[in-house]
Design a protein around this ligand. Sequence first.
Ligand code: COA
Ligand code: AMP
Length: 631
Amino acid sequence: MKYGEAFKESLESPETFWGRAAEEITWYRKWTEVVDTSKMPFTSWFIGGLINTCYNAVDRHVEGGRGQQPALIYDSPVTNTTQIYTYSELQARVSRIAGFLSSLGVTKGDRVVIYMPMIPEAAMAMLACARIGAIHSVVFGGFAPRELAIRIDDAKPKVVLSASCGIEVKRIIPYKPLLDEAISIAEHTPEKCVVWQRPEAEAQLVAPRDLDWEEQEEEAQPVDCVPMESTDPLYILYTSGTTGVPKGVVRDNGGHAVALNWTMKHVYGIDAGDVFWAASDVGWVVGHSYIVYGPLLKGATTVLYEGKPVGTPDPGAFWRVISQHKVKVLFTAPTAFRAIKREDSGGEYLKGHDLSHFDALFLAGERTDPDTYHWATDLVRRPVIDHWWQTETGWAITGNFRGLEYFPPKAGSASLPMPGYDVRILDLATGEPLGPNREGIIAVTLPLPPGNLTTLWQNDEGFKESYTDPYPGYYFTGDAGFVDEDGYVWVMGRTDDVINVAGHRLSTGGMEEILARHPDVAECAVLGVQDDLKGQVPVGLVVLKSSAVRDHDELVGELVQMVRDQLGAIASFKKAVVVQRLPKTRSGKILRRTMRKIADGESYRVPPTIDDPAVLPEIEDAVQAMGYGKK
Ligand code: COA
Ligand code: AMP
């Protein structure tokens, strides 16, 4: 089937299109209805179907004769380890981990928080939860205790699974003290914390709450997969919204398995037995979908990489992994390639590596800027595909296809809508659909295809408010852009206060809440400014209380430390400046868009609603003092 036909069928007859895709998944009981749109804006997929996601990702491949095939390759330059787990070995570990979770009283519908570094046990933990129907919620290891506490309070896990430490290049980060602090901040107390001890830093376990993972696994009896309703939640993954309160994106079992399995072949060109590598982290959606579930559902081999694109040990790390493990497709964020380019612009480190198995490079997490696109294309001499998606969608909304039909790429565009996504550009103010080449907000006509979020965790109202109320009949993506005359989608940036720092999605509103807690801060604004390496980085503008007579450098140092301690180092919040006042409308709303343009050195229009235009030159001076704005 060609793209045009697939796209048309997916929108005109989703039952036929997705029903056929669902035949590739093993069901305990087949569904009676492919899609239920009677409770719009909520959509359910494969109603009546009974399924287990772990069975489909692990056991069925063992039963189907792939038991001796590598399922997961753990490649960790930071510990000098390469370890291969076959599907049989994965099944044995996962069923015992599921066994100890069961013996701790975890059953279907219970939540388990996973706060772990990039080690195989993190992926196994996710699969073990899926095996017994527990809902996992993985929290990225780079988040500080307060962020972890917020997620613990929302998900209310019975058990937390963690590890003694993470390793950031050469720096050891003990996780247990962070976990302990998070639990002391949180109102909800998990019954048990099970900790995987790593030799680089052992954690102190305090009975009766803390348990040693290895001991638990040794003593456990393996347990079998539990049949789940297709619509039962598989996981919750928190993502940043416009405020400091993260959104708990909920994914189902059936729709998720069907959609991800479909993408492996059609989008990425991956068959069972191929090697697929998503250089991300299990704490992000890319890690959920394409380190763990997607490749394993397909019966492919996934690479779990504990390292960086540079510094572990050099900018040749990616080429080494691709050639050593015969990787067919690499998926990462553009920032990783900018990091490699910065240290090895001539591609010297690529030389001598055998890329004969390598077919394509997929990029997402932020827009692939044309410079990075051209540099990467010239270097790898393979298709470089920018595809656009979000935590909420779970898989790409637009992109190009290695298994369906490959279209001529356009540098800077995220190519064409995926089957299932009826992408529309709407006027921000009126919601009217806009024609080709007119920029507006990007929306998707409801219903969304399978694999997308079904709701927000215990917050149906929040789901509607964030995604479907703004433009009735559509899913509101929060991104702005346009569709050109050939139907290519160009995603140009967010319409809200979400920023992307090195492919990590963060809320400037959340950082403002942290700065506002400083006793000397009267008000503040955090802006995402353009950064050559990370795409965007946040900077702060703060107004002090009149009582605050302070050394500004010292104060800025405290603010930087607060964001690091309360959100995490990944925010890369390193600069702030004290200003006398912030630009506001006459009704008192802070003019963030105008400040953002000033910070990026773009021309701007003085908003007609501004209270006092004289403040704008002051802001220009302030951002220049931080090294941004007009050069
Ligand atoms: N646990 C604890 N701290 C972490 C962490 C983790 N899991 N991940 C990152 N950090 C820390 C880093 O050590 C760094 O701390 P520092 O300020 O003390 O140096 C800080 O958070 C910022 O980390 P990072 O964003 O990784 O920046 P970097 O400067 O160390 O590296 C890149 C820059 C581009 C190499 C890196 O961001 C990268 O590899 N990005 C790939 C993008 C990616 O995986 N995106 C996921 C979505 S696809
Ligand atoms: P996350 O939920 O962390 O995956 O972040 C999703 C957001 O990242 C999107 O809403 C976009 O703003 C941005 N994003 C992801 N991929 C792309 C892309 N290929 N092009 C442009 N923006 C992207």
